[in-house]
Ligand binder design. Structure first.
Ligand code: NAD
Length: 310
């Protein structure tokens, strides 16, 4: 647990490394990338912030998988990011090749590692890592819901005019246009959101959340979001490292939970030393269940594409 490798030293990877280092909960963060000098340069830059930010975490960069040996957690951010007009699914073919190669290389040196997958389309890439690694379902998860939920909380807090910390919510389902914000369970410190905001305004916030990634891509014009995604991935790693038993929405393997079988998708999970220690399954209202089922079907469409990759 005391060594975390982050594959891909791009925007998300480097941000995750900095977040993790500053949390001061892990001894060693390794950044690895195919580009010579990139992980070494970014790692050194992060390391040089240690005296200012007062953390003890060692941060190193490499192009050699031997240096990742013994990693308790591996965060995969390698791949290409979305460009304007590109859907997450357009990324599938390129990123599937990168993610399968990375998974094999990591396992050669850290056969017992726990994977947190970030590369998009994340539901499919997480499934691919599970398929290739053969790791138990508790040891492979994807980051999506923590980010989607944070976006939703940000928009609600701005609308209500309250602290983001008072907004309770959870976004489930696939990390795409069909993600499922559970409005019934959203509240401002226990006050149901539906009592505070009119339904049309709530729906606008849901739509903005669903398009949250595209909104940033459109503004940046090159590349996609990385500050909030980096914070989200590091938060998942911290929950595992500290055995926090934190309930976070993660892409996890479903074997009947929420009526969904043989698919990985965003659901509430308890994260601790054991990885995904539990999927919290509970009955949904019929309209919520219909959204979850539709979201699952849209994820399932792409499973065909990776089913023969080993
Ligand atoms: P980026 O282009 O800045 O970084 C990607 C890095 O991966 C590059 O440095 C590249 O050299 C490296 N890379 C490519 N092939 C590699 C390989 N075989 N081995 C090791 N490294 C390799 O992109 P980014 O903005 O950091 O985004 C990374 C990924 O994360 C993208 O797929 C993006 O869509 C995804 N993402 C997911 C979420 C989410 O919510 N799950 C959020 C944001 C970004």
């Amino acid at each position: 647990m005391n060594k975390v490798t982050i594959v891909g030293a791009g925007h998300v990877g480097a941000t995750t490394a900095r977040e993790l280092a500053e949390m001061n909960r892990v001894h060693h963060v390794v950044l690895i990338d195919v580009v010579d000098g990139l992980p070494q340069g970014k790692a050194l830059d992060i390391q040089e912030a240690a005296p200012i930010r007062r953390f003890e975490t060692r941060v190193s960069g490499t192009n050699d998988y031997a240096d990742t040996a013994g990693s308790g957690i591996t965060i995969i951010t390698a791949g290409i990011a979305r460009k304007p007009g590109m859907s997450r699914d357009d990324l599938l073919s390129t990123n599937a090749k990168i993610v399968s190669e990375v998974t094999r290389s990591i396992l050669q040196h850290s056969p017992d590692t726990c994977f947190i997958v970030v590369s998009n389309p994340v539901d499919i890439m997480t499934q691919l890592v599970r398929q290739i690694s053969g790791r138990p379902k508790s040891q492979v998860m994807g980051m999506a819901g923590v980010l989607d939920t944070a976006r939703f909380q940000t928009f609600v807090a701005a609308e209500v005019g309250c602290s983001v910390r008072d907004v309770i919510g959870m976004v489930l389902g696939g990390h795409g246009d069909q993600m499922v914000p559970l409005l019934r369970m959203c509240s401002v410190n226990g006050i149901p959101l539906r009592r505070l905001l009119p339904e049309p305004r709530l729906q606008e916030i849901v739509t903005r959340t669903q398009n949250g990634g595209a909104e940033i891509v459109g503004l940046l014009k090159s590349g996609s979001a990385f500050y909030a995604p980096g914070a989200a991935a590091a938060t998942m790693a911290r929950a595992i490292i500290t055995d926090a038993k934190e309930v976070l929405p993660c892409v996890a393997a479903l074997e009947g939970e929420f009526g969904i079988h043989d698919l990985m998708m965003g659901v509430p999970c308890v994260l601790g030393h054991g990885g995904v220690e539990k999927v919290i399954d509970f009955p949904l209202e019929p309209d919520e269940q219909a959204l979850m089922t539709a979201s699952a079907e849209s994820v399932r469409k792409n499973i065909e594409f990776i089913k023969d990759m080993h």
